[in-house]
Design a binder for this molecule. Structure first.
Ligand code: NAD
Length: 286
């Protein structure tokens, strides 16, 4: 049966590495990176996400520059805050927690975050740099998947990679990153005919469809590496887009949910914040 990929352990190692490099930056006369999380209103799920980001940011030796705005704040006030953070040299990265309340225009707000502080990697500028194969800040979840594949020594050059899902947040940047690693990339989505047959081509299968249990054993080539990005709260606990028990009988390695991709997302946010600070301080980044 398949090896379970321990995302919790890999994420811990990435955060520890970020912490060491932050300490080196400061010891070398640089300034500790600062992450400005911006939370609007009091959605309980968003509060939990932001609290975790802030805690792990502090643990890695970075400055927690959190800002909280009331749920009835107007567009101009949020835009002005983002402009202030964009101009503030202490702020290396800005993360606007989504979703924002419905009366606000999130697209317009995100355009106030300059590309070099866009640690979520979701701006048009960073998406364009990724599409052109140029350096930039990468979206955290797909970057986390790449880190898991690297940790597992999964060979990507020339490999068949199938990405299920084409969202701006996950599927599209995931496909671009695999392409940059020289995989032969297929993107499947809601209109794809015979999803299982397409998925069976994959040496590396990344599933980000948002449908619990979408991918079963019939969609997996024996020995394939299967990465499950989906997260669903069910009565049996957290589940993914992959039917883990069935797929584990066929795959070579698979990420569990929870404990797979999930913990990697915040780890890559911290890595992006360090990269942003390093570039802004004119130091060599790696
Ligand atoms: P989304 O709804 O924006 O996109 C889903 C994509 O899947 C779409 O492109 C759609 O075409 C495709 N799709 C839908 N039904 C399909 C089907 N039957 N067959 C093939 N493709 C189909 O979702 P998203 O933001 O990309 O997130 C996907 C999943 O990943 C969700 O469960 C989400 O909760 C999870 N997620 C997890 C993390 C993490 O940190 N682990 C981060 C982001 C999203």
């Amino acid at each position: 049966t398949a090896r379970l990929i321990d995302g919790t352990a890999v994420a811990r190692a990435v955060r520890a590495d970020v912490g060491r490099r932050v300490a080196e930056l400061v010891a070398g006369g640089g300034t500790a990176p600062g992450l400005a999380t911006v939370l609007i209103g009091d959605d309980p799920a968003s509060e939990v996400y932001v609290r975790n980001k802030r805690r792990l940011c502090t643990e890695a030796g970075m400055a927690d520059l959190h800002r909280h705005l009331p749920g009835d704040v107007d567009q101009a006030t949020v835009a002005a805050l983002l402009d202030e953070l964009a101009a503030d040299p202490e702020v290396s990265g800005i993360l606007l927690q989504l979703p924002v309340p419905a009366h606000l225009d999130s697209e317009a707000l995100l355009s106030h975050i300059p590309a070099e502080k866009d640690v979520d990697g979701l701006s048009t500028a960073n998406a364009g740099l990724l599409a052109q194969g140029r350096p930039g800040l990468r979206p955290c979840t797909p970057a986390g998947v790449m880190a898991l594949l690297a940790d597992q020594d999964v060979a990507l050059s020339g490999a068949e990679a199938v990405v299920v899902g084409r969202s701006v947040l996950v599927g599209r940047p995931m496909a671009q990153l695999l392409l940059a690693a020289d995989a032969t990339v297929t993107i499947a989505h809601s209109r794809t005919r015979d999803l299982a047959a397409v998925c069976r081509r994959a040496d590396v299968l990344v599933v980000a469809a948002g449908i619990p249990g979408l991918v079963g054993a019939d969609a997996v080539k024996p020995g394939a590496t299967v990465i499950d990005v989906g997260i669903h709260r069910t009565e049996q606990g957290l589940r993914g887009d992959v039917d883990l028990d069935a797929v584990a009988a066929v795959a070579g390695a698979v990420t569990p949910v929870p404990g797979g991709v999930g913990p990697m997302t915040i780890a890559m946010l911290l890595a992006n914040t360090l990269t942003a600070a390093t570039v802004q301080q004119g130091r060599p980044s790696r």
